[in-house]
Design a binder for this molecule. Structure first.
Ligand code: GAR
Length: 195
């Protein structure tokens, strides 16, 4: 059974789908804790499923490294096999990435390497392209630049706004994330080999 720690910053809809899926006794992974860089709205989902939460605000620390060290300490206290960034909107300091790598993955609402960064959905709309996508990657020290685990194309339709497009991307992201967790648990994917 894979022990998962999930980091979020916002609504946590992808987290919720992971929590629902891991209710299934056959699913080979369990969320053991949910962390955030604030008291995130998505903590409500964790609480509904009886999963402990921790929040570590960057503003409470002298610098990013000190903040990262505290996040790392909190994560490691749960002894996870895999850490999932699911809408976690801060870059983790290099020593956190180095310690957790390659067992640190991230979901992104675009077909990477297209449209990395905090506004992947908006950037695709503004670029006027007809397709974007969803991607799950291994986290490295860049911005959404790590090795791709799985990704899928999604069409942009006439009249799409950032909100309507994101709502179509999210179910695909959830499916890809669950597939990635399954493949990692079943050793169909070897994160060391990918990295
Ligand atoms: C998701 O679409 C996730 O991929 C994105 O934030 C959303 C979080 O939604 N992350 C990024 O853009 C990271 N670059 P949620 O909080 O409802 O799961």
């Amino acid at each position: 059974m894979l022990r998962l720690v999930v980091l979020i910053s916002g609504a946590g809809s992808n987290l919720r789908s992971l929590l629902e899926t891991s209710q299934d006794a056959e699913f080979p992974a369990r969320v053991v804790a949910v962390g955030a860089d604030r008291v995130a709205e998505g903590f409500d989902h964790a609480e509904q499923f009886g999963i402990p939460t921790f929040s570590v605000a960057l503003s409470s620390f002298a610098d990013r490294d000190a903040w990262g060290d505290e996040i790392l300490a909190q994560i490691e206290s749960w002894q996870p096999d895999l850490v999932i960034l699911s809408g976690f909107m801060k870059l983790l300091p290099p020593r956190v990435v180095a310690t957790l790598s390659p067992n640190l993955i991230n979901t992104h609402p675009a077909y990477l390497p297209e449209f990395p960064g905090a506004h992947g959905v908006r950037d695709a709309i503004e670029a006027g392209v007809t397709e974007t996508g969803a991607t799950v990657i291994v986290v490295d020290n860049g911005v959404d630049s790590g090795p791709i685990i799985v990704q899928e194309r999604i069409s942009i339709v006439h009249g799409d706004t950032e909100a309507t497009l994101h709502e179509r991307i999210k179910p695909v992201e959830r499916r890809l994330l669950i597939q990635a967790v399954l493949d990692i648990a079943n050793a169909t994917i070897d994160l060391k080999e990918l990295s």
